[in-house]
Design a protein around this ligand. Sequence first.
Ligand SMILES: NC(=O)c1ccc[n+]([C@@H]2O[C@H](COP(=O)([O-])OP(=O)(O)OC[C@H]3O[C@@H](n4cnc5c(N)ncnc54)[C@H](O)[C@@H]3O)[C@@H](O)[C@H]2O)c1
Ligand SMILES: O=C(O)C[C@H](O)C(=O)O
Length: 306
Amino acid sequence: MKVTVVGAGAVGASCAEYIAIKNFASEVVLLDIKEGYAEGKAMDLMQTASLNGFDTKITGITNDYSKTANSDVCVITSGIPRKPGMTREELIGINAGIVKAVSSSLIEFSPKTIIIVVSNPMDTMAYLVHKSTSLPKNKIIGMGGALDSARFKYRLAEALQGPISDVDGMVIGGHSDTGMIPLTRLATRNGVPVSEFLSEEKLSEVLEATKVGGATLTKLLGTSAWYAPGAAVSAMVQAIACDTKKVFPCSVLLEGEYGFNDICLGVPVVLGKNGIEEIVKINLNDAEKATMVESAKGVKAVNDLL
Ligand SMILES: NC(=O)c1ccc[n+]([C@@H]2O[C@H](COP(=O)([O-])OP(=O)(O)OC[C@H]3O[C@@H](n4cnc5c(N)ncnc54)[C@H](O)[C@@H]3O)[C@@H](O)[C@H]2O)c1
Ligand SMILES: O=C(O)C[C@H](O)C(=O)O
């Protein structure tokens, strides 16, 4: 399994590190436009191999896409992150051009690859890759829901004062401060609905904290987060590499599913060797459906800016 990660910045390097530590890929290529930067990150990461016990070979390159040839999975993290006070949507002006050019260069050398889009505004960037390339829909996957769900579980465990490993839950909808939909009704603590333990008021606090999870970290860090984003991407790459058929909420092109068309939006999917193996349909209640419609409206408005 050869994985290319474009953008050797905070998220790209974290993603490469987690992929290597899990030791399931033979090769990770890190590519960046900044001269020597990916080479430096790759060398630093390779010097952790004997300490962390992995055999994955990480190489760094400056903008030479021929070195990415025949990648099974390509991850796009290139582009600018937001600063405190900004929304992800404000990044579209710079990131759209970068994502379009990068995806086209990747496909030139790896025409059969699966692309995972990370750069923000992610749902719109995933849609842009659909519109500007001829990759089939199962091979273009936006990463947002896996990260948002991890943050949801963190907030639920905090409210429950219990271990995160006891908690399950999912966030669907757009990857934005207002568009995320943490499914509190379906979240569980060791199989028991969390509503058995938490008041409506507490659940609504968890929901709100989850939705602004990225903004909260951006305010604390001065730039957006990278550890959990890198871990979320690596978990998705592992599901594809090892054909696990695990379910992750991902931003995928909808063609009638959940009542939407011509939009990339976060819904649960089965990930395996073909990328998106299946879009999972879950029964949403009327309130959840209405929130999903609002979330889709927000994403469409950003798509219209392309
Ligand atoms: N979808 C998500 O859940 C999620 C999570 C975290 C971050 N992000 C997004 O990921 C992106 C990267 O965030 P970061 O914190 O790693 O930023 P960063 O600034 O640390 O890294 C971005 C890297 O991209 C490189 N780059 C820019 N243009 C390029 C090009 N044309 N080709 C190759 N490389 C190029 C830069 O040189 C830089 O090293 C941002 O858009 C951020 O908003 C998304
Ligand atoms: O918050 C951001 O801008 C980055 C990313 O989308 C995140 O959720 O961490």
